[in-house]
Design a binder for this molecule. Structure first.
Ligand SMILES: C[S@@+](CC[C@H](N)C(=O)[O-])C[C@H]1O[C@@H](n2cnc3c(N)ncnc32)[C@H](O)[C@@H]1O
Length: 271
């Protein structure tokens, strides 16, 4: 394992979380007024200095572009609009669905020491994201950070499995945004994987979920996959995904954390 330039061995369980300035209440979370997710990814790339980046769902390449380390991107239909190499010594693009990519077993050959940062932003349906997480975790190490996009829909329309644009009354802020039902993965991981450290970050337009303390040996989801997917589909979204969580996750202000980067390692088990 070769993650990051820092060698400080800090165990989350030994340290009480500081109360300020970046912990939020659930009310603060209703509008997601933090740092745009792309800018927050750039902050992570700059602050954490990962040695490897893995991304599912690349589209134009805006997210991948923020990272300068060796990277692997998977998307069945790339729509690259600019240079996303941005100083990387290696950039591997796989134009195929993520399930096909994982079957090819290429990731372990490229990143034989595991992935430091993983961004999951592919198909907007919960069973796909659950599989992407399950398959990506096999390539993580205990100090990897996995980020899930779009798991904080702001209303029921955004969270539909089919892509529908909102009415004018909804407002320009969210009218064109669509997250699908990937929000369902978060309560399921909280229930079935209490060993994971799950935090929500207030990045507009639809939140980032940060997961650390990953376990590449875990088989809990794989062994119970069919039942878990059934249970996941039975979850109902009322006013917000918070109502489906078995417990309150750590809620983080992105701007607050950017202002206090030295506390990053207290919030996520990454170095
Ligand atoms: C929201 S876009 C990604 C945006 C990008 N990460 C960013 O931040 O700019 C979602 C992408 O997921 C891709 N996608 C859809 N189904 C997929 C699958 N089964 N496996 C991998 N990617 C998929 C789509 O082609 C699309 O480009």
């Amino acid at each position: 394992m070769h993650i990051f330039s820092f060698k400080l061995e800090v165990l989350m369980t030994d340290i009480a979380l500081p109360a300020e300035p970046y912990l939020l209440s659930q009310e603060d979370f209703s509008n997601l007024r933090g740092t745009q997710y792309i800018d927050f990814l750039k902050y992570i790339a700059d602050h954490v200095s990962p040695q490897s980046y893995f991304e599912i769902g690349t589209e134009t390449g805006r997210s991948c572009k923020q990272f300068t380390c060796p990277s692997v991107c998977v998307d069945p239909q790339f729509r690259l609009t600019e240079d996303i190499i941005s100083g990387k010594t290696e950039l591997h693009l796989f134009q195929m669905p993520s399930d096909v990519f994982f079957r090819s077993r290429r990731l372990g050959k490229i990143f034989d020491e595991g992935i430091d940062i993983c961004f999951l932003d592919g198909m907007h349906r919960c069973e796909y994201l659950l599989r992407d997480f399950m398959n990506a975790e096999k390539h993580c190490h205990s100090r990897s950070l996995v980020l899930l996009h779009d798991c904080m829909p702001r209303n029921q329309r955004m969270a539909l499995r089919t892509h529908e644009i909102g009415t004018e009354e909804e407002g320009e802020d969210t009218r064109y945004a669509w997250t699908g039902d990937v929000w369902r993965v978060v309560p399921i991981l909280m229930k079935y994987r209490p060993d994971l450290k799950i935090s929500l970050i207030d990045c507009p337009p639809s939140g980032l979920v940060a997961i650390s303390n990953l376990d590449p040996e875990s088989t809990v989801i794989e062994k119970n996959y069919a039942n878990i997917v059934r249970e996941m589909h039975a979850l109902s979204f009322a006013a917000s995904p918070f109502e489906t969580y078995p417990h309150q996750p750590t809620l983080i202000s992105s701007a607050g954390l950017i202002a206090k980067p030295e506390d990053f390692s207290l919030l996520f088990n990454i170095w």
